[in-house]
Design a protein around this ligand. Structure first.
Ligand SMILES: NC(=O)c1ccc[n+]([C@@H]2O[C@H](COP(=O)([O-])OP(=O)(O)OC[C@H]3O[C@@H](n4cnc5c(N)ncnc54)[C@H](OP(=O)(O)O)[C@@H]3O)[C@@H](O)[C@H]2O)c1
Length: 315
């Protein structure tokens, strides 16, 4: 082969690679524009999924705001959470503000399989179109895996609350959605599920599980009319993040839930809002492209968590 043919071949390969990159990023930009900007006015009609929505962890933070937003968009809402007084208060608030019906089910999701018959009974006779698996817990402070107090209990609690709850709620509701050939399942994972996050190791691992499970399930059931969306927020100002002051990077739970719900039906995997999508893109570049050592990653995780959560010492 002559040199010139070789160099022409290389040039062609270069152009093809460049074309592929340009097309890929143009498509991403256009999709991002549709999902995060146009969706503010041009929304998917979620009512096509049914009359009721179910939200777990619905008495505070992101879950409460999803429940309120769904009611605003015409859904009756089942609220499932741990504290009865808070459930009654949020249900009354929603009914008063939106005129929609609510139903409350008290359950502690740190429990095992024994808590689900009561939930199943509470959901039996409803036309449920949307399930939001929102409930989740993290450690009180970001520390090493072994520094969690009663490790035995904290492992069980977090696995049950973050992972088992999603699986059982889907076990209960997916067959009914498949039968009706329509349904939307929204699983609230986290940016912490996109890369290994030292200091919040178990939490991060539960969120990876949620994300991968959602993505596979979506592929399996989309053809049966059921869409599964993995939502991966960064920082939202809630009890979990010690109500960190909202700013350009940190969303209020109200804004986050409204923007995230706008993306439902448009994308199966999202950071949920424009600000978090941009932050996730930058983090991705930084973490993936810089091939950082785990020591640097652990240092950055500690500094970020200290800064954001105003914690003096992270061991
Ligand atoms: N906030 C963030 O920055 C952020 C970022 C990424 C992902 N997420 C994810 O988003 C989801 C919601 O987080 P959030 O910040 O909104 O949390 P939050 O403000 O702490 O609210 C948690 C909600 O879940 C309920 N809950 C907690 N533990 C429960 C249990 N064992 N059984 C039943 N209900 C329980 C709480 O009920 P009570 O009121 O009775 O306690 C409350 O309604 C979680 O899955 C979290 O991992 C949050």
């Amino acid at each position: 082969m002559s040199d010139s043919v070789f160099y022409q071949g290389l040039t062609l390969l270069g152009f093809l690679a460049l074309g592929h990159l340009v097309l890929k990023h143009t498509f991403k930009l256009l999709k991002g524009f549709r999902v995060h900007i146009l969706s503010r006015w041009w929304r998917v009609n979620l009512k096509k999924y049914g009359g009721w929505a179910v939200v777990t962890g619905a008495t505070d933070g992101i879950g409460k705001c999803y429940a309120k937003e769904l009611a605003k968009r015409g859904f009756n809402v089942v609220l499932i959470s741990r504290t009865l007084e808070k459930l009654q208060k949020v249900a009354a608030e929603i009914e008063q503000q939106s005129g929609r019906k609510t139903r409350i089910i008290q359950a502690d999701f740190t429990g095992g399989a024994e808590i689900y018959p009561k939930i199943e009974e509470g959901l039996k006779d409803l036309d449920i179109g949307i399930l939001v698996n929102n409930v989740g817990m993290s450690k009180a402070a970001p520390t090493g895996f072994l520094s969690s107090g009663d490790l035995n209990k904290s492992i069980t609690d977090m696995m049950n609350c973050n992972v088992l709850s999603m699986l059982h709620m889907i076990r209960i509701l997916l067959p009914r959605m498949v039968e009706r050939k329509k349904g939307l399942i929204i699983n609230i994972s986290s940016e912490a599920g996109t890369h290994p996050y030292p200091r919040i190791t178990l939490y991060s691992a539960t969120k990876v599980f949620m994300d991968y499970f959602s993505r596979s399930l979506n592929i399996d059931y989309q053809s049966k009319g059921v869409t599964v969306q993995s939502v991966m927020p960064l920082m939202v100002s809630t009890n979990m993040t010690l109500n960190t002051k909202p700013n350009l990077l940190v969303k209020t739970a109200d804004d986050y839930a409204r923007e995230a719900l706008n993306t439902a039906g448009l994308t199966s995997r999202t950071s949920g809002c424009l600000s978090h999508t941009i932050q996730s893109f930058v983090l991705d570049l930084f973490l993936a492209e810089c091939v950082m050592s785990s020591k640097i990653l652990a240092w950055i995780a500690r500094r970020t968590l200290r800064l954001l959560l105003r914690i003096r010492k992270v061991d």
